[in-house]
Ligand binder design. Structure first.
Ligand SMILES: O=C[C@H](O)[C@H](O)COP(=O)(O)O
Ligand SMILES: C=C(OP(=O)(O)O)C(=O)O
Length: 354
């Protein structure tokens, strides 16, 4: 018996060096609650996004904001500006703020505010969870609908009630675990095409996530649980380009729409103006967005929304160690002045028939 116990202990001492307790999702939600009126606001925003994606609301969905949030002060400054712009454009566009606190990495790198809020590799996730939820709550209280990439399935347990839209990123769209998670989420979710540019994995993901699943997970109190989901009826495709180049052009959009129709899936999609669609040059995003609006103008009614990576300043942090205010720490962004000029400048093209 003792021998068996020793063997089990030896096997258990794998590569995990340390295990630290974290607050449960229920504890964090109780500490930083969504009150009734905010919950109603978020439910209303989710419904507007659904209506846009179903073609019942003709406005363009615009998801814009920093590649990643790393500093609550600059994120809130951006949020205040965006909330004002959103009101000005409300009759022609529905603006959602990118509020990304988790970052998928191609190999390794900073994984976002939730994982490493002090930006020093200390990975103080208890603080990361609190700071992230606090910031999302403050942004939502500005009246903004919020969007994020849900990278770790448990992040949805801590933050999901604050979100009006979520993405599954190019690196995780093929993952069964993410498809299962989406099938249990109550907000519209976009699956990005794979990093290789293939849309098949995203279409498969939409099909999978629309079905009920039974899977391993944790409950509100953080206990291991068998979760049974209902299936998410509000999934859609997000085109973000791939290794071979962009896929926002008219031919690629037509091809994606045909594939979705062939599969009997929602043909209305979102196009990311950044990532491989901008060749990772943030200043190319306005040209991509203009091209998409021209396609809409020429009758391509399936482009329901666009995504922009935008922060207070153009570009991204340099390597000298000094953090500049309002500048992205991950991918380069379009600065606020250019973002505002772009969206205000396009307001004519955004006009919807009443
Ligand atoms: O959106 C951000 C990045 O494109 C994504 O997190 C991958 O980043 P990396 O290739 O620098 O790791
Ligand atoms: C990582 C992102 O996108 P993608 O999954 O398209 O690379 C992102 O939008 O931050």
């Amino acid at each position: 018996m003792q021998q068996l116990h020793n063997a089990a202990t030896e096997l258990k001492s794998d590569n995990v060096r340390r295990s630290l307790p974290l607050p449960s999702p229920a504890t964090l939600r109780e500490r930083l609650p969504v009150d009734h009126s905010l919950a109603q606001q978020i439910a209303g925003h989710r419904q507007i996004i659904r209506n846009i994606l179903n073609g019942e609301d003709p406005r363009l969905l615009i998801i814009t904001g920093p590649c990643s949030l790393h500093d609550p002060k600059s994120a809130l400054e951006y949020g205040h500006k965006l909330a004002e712009l959103a009101t000005t454009l409300a009759d022609r566009a529905f603006i959602v703020m990118r509020a990304y606190v988790e970052k998928p990495r191609t190999t390794v790198g900073w994984k976002g505010m939730l994982y490493d809020p002090h930006l020093d590799g200390s990975h103080d996730m208890a603080t990361g969870l609190t700071v992230s939820r606090h910031l999302l709550l403050d942004l939502a209280k500005l009246g903004l609908p919020l969007a994020t990439e849900l990278l770790h399935p448990m992040a949805a347990d801590y933050l999901g009630d604050l979100l009006s839209w979520a993405a599954i990123g190019a690196r995780t769209t093929e993952s069964q675990v993410h498809r299962e998670m989406v099938s249990g989420l109550a907000m519209p979710v976009g699956f990005k095409n794979g990093t290789d540019g293939s849309i098949d994995v995203a279409c498969d993901a939409m099909g999978s996530a629309s079905h009920p699943h039974s899977h391993l997970g944790v409950d509100e109190d953080g206990r291991a649980a068998l979760l049974q989901t209902a299936g998410n009826p509000d999934t859609h495709l997000v085109l973000r380009g791939g290794h071979d180049g962009p896929n926002y052009d008219a031919a690629s959009v037509d091809q994606a729409v045909s594939e979705l129709l062939k599969r009997g899936q929602n043909p209305r999609l979102i196009v990311d103006c950044s990532h491989a669609n901008s060749g990772k040059d943030p200043l190319q995003q306005p040209a991509v967005m203009r091209n998409l609006l021209a396609q809409r103008d020429e009758g391509q009614s399936h482009i329901a929304g666009v995504m922009l990576e935008s922060h207070l300043q153009d570009g991204r942090q340099g390597q000298d160690g000094e953090l500049a205010y309002g500048l992205s720490i991950t991918d380069g962004c379009l600065g606020w002045d250019k973002t505002c000029a772009l969206l205000e400048g396009l307001s004519g093209e955004l006009k919807v028939e009443s």
